[in-house]
Design a protein around this ligand. Structure first.
Ligand SMILES: Nc1nc2c(c(=O)[nH]1)N[C@H]1C(S)=C(S)[C@@H](COP(=O)(O)OP(=O)(O)OC[C@H]3O[C@@H](n4cnc5c(N)ncnc54)[C@H](O)[C@@H]3O)O[C@H]1N2
Ligand code: MOO
Length: 410
């Protein structure tokens, strides 16, 4: 009787890092098609984003000093000397003592350094009553504040999430060099397994669940899946079907027959595909102990345990790591949902729900969430963040060191 020599989960992760190499074939892809692809080259910014100083609010462009001392009870007065039109250059300069109307996103007139929100002033017959003092730079995004011309925006090995695609779009980049998408071939095994759309089951038959769950996960990770159908527990049929699929894909995924029963041929079939072969058979994990991981002539092969929950959990844990390595993704995987500790105090107004963009990092065995402070007009605040923390409306903020749930931005 053959028994597994089980590996721990940590040993298995280390073996995946050691044994799996990226496919590394580069293709040029339209930006719109590049979601979930991995950059093969770094991307440098060819221009500033934004290209000009912009207002983040509807209001009046002013020189901040001209508002000093203004309050509800002691308003200041400025002369309204014009209006900036949306999408047009603001050419008329602003002089001291003047205010020019600017819509949200409009260009700041030369000479101005801040924007007073319309809620904090009142225009009456060409005169602006200012009810609040503001600081230089308030309500303004400076040219290059989001992305600076010449900076490396994204490193090679970055997986493109919607926010990276958005940042590339802001630079007018319409094509990117990415590693071509990974192709996985999937095969279910078992004499009892029948296609999931079988209407009437015979006694003993089981509909194929694992194909849909496993291929669904793979598709979520940007993988194209070739469905190889279902093979019976006959060694020759199984081996030739596995070989045919192995030839067509970058990774072969088999489900079932991973245990050590009389008809569990998966290990033998995998060994027949090429050297060096199986490097894990059996992991000290529940569920999923009989998992098989192999590399045959450079291509990974996964033998998932047949039980549907085991197959999904194992594929989620180890399959995703293998696929990320094949895709050439460099970043350390971050958790999707985690309780992390906030690095700073964050204030919030009761009655308002705040969503704080955060970067996650591991320190002394714990996840920490560092707030990425920035205006909502800056796409790079999302590029730098791993997730979002909610401060619900009844809370007044988060204290430094407090544990908060983080929702990952994938
Ligand atoms: N003597 C031992 N027996 C078993 C051990 C063990 O260590 N010693 N491990 C158990 C564990 S844990 C699991 S998990 C299973 C894994 O078995 P296999 O990978 O060989 O899977 P099968 O026997 O082919 O199937 C198990 C179970 O799952 C159903 N199945 C299979 N494929 C599908 C599919 N595509 N969709 C839906 N359901 C599927 C199948 O009908 C079986 O009921 O081994 C234990 N045995
Ligand atoms: O521990 Mo298994 O993989 O019976 O599900």
């Amino acid at each position: 009787m053959q028994f597994f020599k089980v590996k721990t989960v940590e040993e298995t992760f280390a073996l995946i890092q050691e044994k799996i190499a990226k496919v590394g074939e580069v293709s040029v892809c339209a930006l719109e098609e590049a979601l979930h692809c991995v950059l093969a080259e770094p991307v440098a910014a060819g221009e500033n984003v934004p290209a000009f100083d912009r207002s983040t609010v509807d209001g009046y462009a002013v020189v901040a000093k001209d508002t000093y001392g203004s309050s509800e009870s002691m308003p200041g007065f400025l002369t309204v000397s014009g209006e900036v039109k949306m999408g047009e250059a603001a050419t008329t300069p602003l002089s001291r003592g003047e205010a020019i109307y600017v819509p949200t996103g409009g260009m700041l007139p030369p000479g101005s350094d801040s924007v007073l929100m319309i809620e904090h002033c009142e225009e009456i017959s060409g005169l602006l009553n200012t009810y609040k003092q503001i600081a230089p730079g308030e309500n303004v995004i400076r040219a290059g504040e989001d992305i600076k011309a010449g900076e490396i925006l994204l490193e090679a090995g970055t997986k493109l999430r919607p926010q990276e695609i958005g940042a590339l779009a802001s630079l007018g980049i319409s094509k990117v060099s990415v590693y071509r998408p990974i192709k996985a071939a999937y095969l279910s095994t078992g004499d009892e397994i029948v296609p999931y759309d079988t209407e009437k089951l015979e006694i003993g038959q089981i509909r194929d669940i694992n194909y849909l769950t496993v291929s669904g996960l793979a598709r979520e990770w940007g993988v194209e899946v070739i469905y190889g159908g279902i093979t019976t527990d006959d060694y020759d049929v199984f081996a030739s079907k596995a070989r045919e699929l192995y030839e067509q894909a970058d990774i072969l995924i088999l489900s079932g027959g991973s245990s050590v029963g009389a008809k569990d041929y998966t290990t033998e079939v995998i060994q027949s595909l090429g050297d060096p072969g199986v490097f894990v058979h059996g992991i000290s994990i529940k569920p999923g102990k009989p998992t098989i991981l192999a590399v045959a002539e450079g291509k990974p092969v996964i033998g998932l345990p047949g039980h549907p929950a085991s197959a999904m959990i194992i594929f989620r844990l180890f399959g995703e790591k293998i696929i990320k390595k094949l895709q050439g993704e460099q970043a350390q995987p971050k958790p999707e949902r985690v309780f992390a500790r906030m690095t700073k105090n964050i204030a919030s107004s009761p009655g308002r729900s705040d969503y704080i963009r955060v970067r996650l990092f591991m320190k002394e065995g714990e996840w920490w969430a560092e707030p990425i402070i920035g205006k909502s007009g800056l796409i790079t605040t999302l590029v730098k963040s791993d997730g979002i923390v909610e401060i619900s409306s009844e809370k007044e903020g988060i204290s430094q060191g407090e544990y908060v749930p983080v929702l990952a931005s994938k």
